[in-house]
Design a protein around this ligand. Sequence first.
Ligand code: GLC
Length: 750
Amino acid sequence: MTNYKLVFAITFAALLSSCGGNKNTSSMTKEEIIEYRVDTLLSQMTLEEKLGQMNQLSFSSIEALQPAIEAGKVGSILNTEDAKTVNALQHIAVEKSRLHIPLLMSRDVIHGFKTIFPIPLGQGATFDPALVQKGARIAAVEASSTGIRWTFSPMVDIARDARWGRMAEGYGEDPYLTSLMGAATVRGYQTADLSDPTAMAACVKHFVGYGAAESGLDYNSTFIPERQLRNVYLPSFKASVDAGALTVMTSFNDNDGVPSTGNTFILKDILRNEWGFNGFVVTDWGSTSGLIVHGFATDAYDAAMKSINAGVDMEMVSGAILANGAKLIDDKRISMGEIDRAVSNILRVKFSLGLFENPYTDETSPSVMYTPDHLKAAKKSAIESAILLKNDGVLPLKKSVKRVLVVGPLADAPYEQMGTWVFDGEKEHTITPLAALKEMYGDRVKVTYMSVLDYSRDRNTSKISAAVSAARRADVILAFVGEESFLSGEAHCLADLNLVGAQKEMLRALGKTATPLVTVVMAGRPLTIGDELAESAAVLYSFHPGTMGGPALAELLMGDASPSGRTPVTFPRMVGQEPIYYARHQVERPANENEVLLYDIPVGSSQTSTGCRSFYLDAGKDALVPFGFGLTYTTFKYGEVHISSSEVGVKDTLTLSTTLTNTGKVAGTEVVQLYVQDCVGSVTRPMKELKRFRRVTLQPGESQKVSFQLPVSDLAYWTYPMVYKVEPGDFKAWISPNSKVGTPISFVVK
Ligand code: GLC
């Protein structure tokens, strides 16, 4: 037994004997043993040591952190980068502190550690939870090899406003899709065996409602009433907690005036009492002290008190709890019970991860970074995340194409292609579209490259004319445009969603040539690309595809892979339509199909001459691209929808089915979607809600029956008064290719 295990075994035996802890654990379950170990250790801890476990620090240097770790004043460290550093810090905690409690090492591993996958919004576009789970597993294998055993992911904030830069980090606008993706990510990180040294504790964030920041402005207030919170913003967190997430992170926003880090209703009433969550709650960065800035606490003493009493267990870096906890106890402003609750939650996670038995990371094991399997999975994810928004037939590129002009600031931008929230991915490993195209075409095709713009915000139009000339000598133009990675992510909001810099001018000029223009967009959000859709022969949309984005996009463009991505968010025509999403409630004056718009309204029209309905005079009533939309290289026909019964009880299960046929000439993958509308409720209900989806791959001419099982209980929602139940009445269902189209079938819940 290596010395630290011996040290711990002796210490644990001493702990047991010193508090009558010689219980026979042989008949206990794994969970009971963990609780017993938690209680035994807790009974030995001083108040200072308890407060220490509640304290998370950001890595600075081993020397700077050593005194606090030795004194038992640190429970977790974030932002370490290598196993050697982690082990050095861990040796201090395990061998020099009084109780030898290991540290929990953590880092933001948001969409891959070294092998970077598409940003989560892109992974949402795959509508492939199994693939998302695989990506999370790979991220955990890579990150845990450096000693990271806790990551601040998945982010399951529902986001319906593309002005918000953090839309990039979640899985989109829909609670059902986000719930499946969040749960898949938790399973991928944690596996079924938490003590597996490659298991990494998930942290579901940001609890809760952060994506509803007013005006799409990050950190802004939210005003989400309880029913909307429960029906839209909480389900993805509950799905992730039910999947076993070990931790939850509080969000920066105040909702209806109450900052999440001081919000007892969400942290105790819902998370603990309703959901039975027994992991631990960590604040977001400095968010306990942030209560002072919110004007919700007067000082650090007050902020620490409000955080602890609301249900926070661990404070990320602001140190208010460590500094004020003892005085708060003396002043009876917090109880020791609250402290013990928090520390027990933290110790439970540490025991569950096997940190007491295996606190160290093997520094000698061969690297697991960028293995062929990891890169292959990352490429598959990038392929499945790409969304074909338009294709006049130019794609896939024909074998007759011999001269390809590649342009744009994202064609060969290895750093930008990885997208936001990448701390460990290395651009040297990124394969760009230009590199992939050259590799795949070899000398068979002449590939000419002109970036035209040096970066996405570049406003220098001087090279556009040369590109136009070059376009005239090409068989096709492949333009790679979009956003630098910096333009999305935390604190990076935009009030204008048009392509930045001179990208629009470049595309407009190229679109006027006779050479077909294929536009590939890499971005962290949906952009208002109506003009570019009109000017391009084809548009392929890729939410920052990561390390293998180049080969993925090249294979899609050349037909070696077939696009199957679907929009996980609604694309607006104009930014003024934000927030925009398909699951709008049924309003009193819905727009008609053919409203008269701005420039078609006769001069001098009287005020009510075009009616009074819900649409914009300039943007109209529709999105540019609806939720769930995506084309393939083939075509699909949906048969009639069949339903197992047109009248059901709340305990029944409906079967809804249709026959899907590939009516094209090549194989393709369709994402078949099931939507349901609750036509009448005790409150107004969404016009439709996604309830199931399935990826179906068919050969040319092949037909397949696609069936969905839908327990009627899945139609429950938080009603008026606030009760979660299915309300009898009329319903409609669609089985369709996206949220906009399809013929409904009716049924009644008795
Ligand atoms: C940041 C983010 C959060 C992240 C944390 C640690 O401010 O809001 O998502 O996990 O700090 O880096």
